[in-house]
Design a protein around this ligand. Structure first.
Ligand SMILES: Cc1cc2nc3c(=O)[nH]c(=O)nc-3n(C[C@H](O)[C@H](O)[C@H](O)COP(=O)(O)OP(=O)(O)OC[C@H]3O[C@@H](n4cnc5c(N)ncnc54)[C@H](O)[C@@H]3O)c2cc1C
Length: 305
């Protein structure tokens, strides 16, 4: 599946940072081992198509439009009942049913944390992009607002603002040819304290939610799911699943911390912190220590030196 994602995705190789609509810095993202890109831009529809193809190759056919309203477990198995009254039985259940997870609620597990006060908005759009060598571009403002452009390939961009008026903000900077989808939302910084019990476990946004800074949410959820499968196929004892919960909790704590730190730095209104941040970003070296640190916070790269 990874080769298909890498073939279709647009590698993020060059980033341009703006402050008050003026260039602050531009630099290449490091490419580990010169092989795979650190990040790719890919429309969700393509990600879903590739995932469905992978499922089909394993003879798995998803059941669509079936809302699970309750789940329960015994020593021998699990059962899930849909809103229409249909019952599904299995040996194990992994609830990857998003931040309002029915599965998590059935286990009595709470999401703990906070909600960022801002209303966010996003669009996927075709835009006359003026920097063809650049695939990602944060536009920072002194009032703490941020507009972030990232390529989805083939001339499409995802544009996200931590304000409600992303389209107007993007239009003022680059213009917009066509909008494919738009949304407004709030962002939470929350996670569970445990990932399940017995035969029912959770993964993805059912267990953790955070800001889009760093683009880590879906990736973290996929890592949860991969770890769950390894745990199940390598024994699936109670101790193995306790290990699943511990490992994924540690990963979620790390990602939430990094994402929150990156968001607070990008949106600071403190003039001293802002000056230090901007000064560090525009240090003259091609990829100096400050930029490498920023890359670690925002793009999850590891230092290659
Ligand atoms: C603006 C924005 C930008 C982002 N950018 C990135 C990025 O660049 N990279 C990245 O890795 N992540 C990114 N994320 C995060 C990413 O979108 C999420 O982390 C990811 O979609 C979570 O996937 P999930 O499957 O866990 O949950 P969801 O995407 O919420 O999917 C849950 C699914 O379960 C179904 N469901 C829910 N309840 C039930 C039920 N009771 N019965 C049956 N089905 C049910 C839903 O219909 C849905 O299909 C971004 C998020 C936002 C808001």
């Amino acid at each position: 599946m990874v080769p298909a994602l890498l073939t279709r995705g647009e590698p993020l190789r060059h980033i341009r940072i703006f402050y008050k609509d003026k260039p602050l810095a531009a630099f290449d993202l490091p490419v580990p081992d010169g092989a795979k890109p650190v990040m790719i831009g890919l429309p969700q529809s393509d990600t879903e198509r590739i995932l469905l193809k992978q499922l089909a190759s394993l003879d798995v056919i998803p059941t669509w439009n079936t809302h699970i309203s309750s789940v329960s477990q015994s020593a021998d198995g699990v059962s899930a009942v849909s809103e229409s009254g249909e019952t599904f039985e299995a040996d194990w259940l992994l609830g990857a049913d998003g931040s309002r997870s029915v599965v998590r609620s059935a286990l009595g597990i709470e999401m703990e944390g906070s909600v960022y006060p801002e209303t966010w908005s996003m669009i996927d759009a075709e835009i006359p992009w003026p920097w063809p060598d650049t695939q990602a571009s944060p536009h920072l403002q002194p009032d703490g607002s941020v507009l972030f452009f990232v390529t989805l390939g083939e001339g499409r961009f995802r544009i996200i603002a931590n304000r409600a008026d992303v389209q107007a903000r993007a239009e003022a900077i680059v213009g917009i040819n066509k909008v494919f989808l738009s949304d407004t939302f709030t962002i939470s910084l929350k996670r569970v304290q445990r990932y399940g019990e017995g035969r029912i476990w959770i993964a993805g946004d059912a267990a953790h939610v955070h800001s889009p800074v760093g683009g880590m949410g879906m990736n973290l959820g996929m890592e949860d799911a991969a770890d769950f499968i390894t745990t199940l196929t390598s024994g699936g004892s109670a101790a193995d699943f306790a290990g699943y919960s511990e490992r994924r909790l540690a990963a979620a704590k790390r990602v939430l911390r990094v994402s929150d730190r990156g968001y607070r730095l990008a949106t600071t209104t403190n003039p001293v912190v802002r000056a230090a941040r901007n000064g560090a970003i525009k240090l003259p070296s091609a990829l100096g220590p400050a930029q490498r640190w920023l890359m670690r916070v925002v793009f999850r790269t590891r230092d290659q030196t």
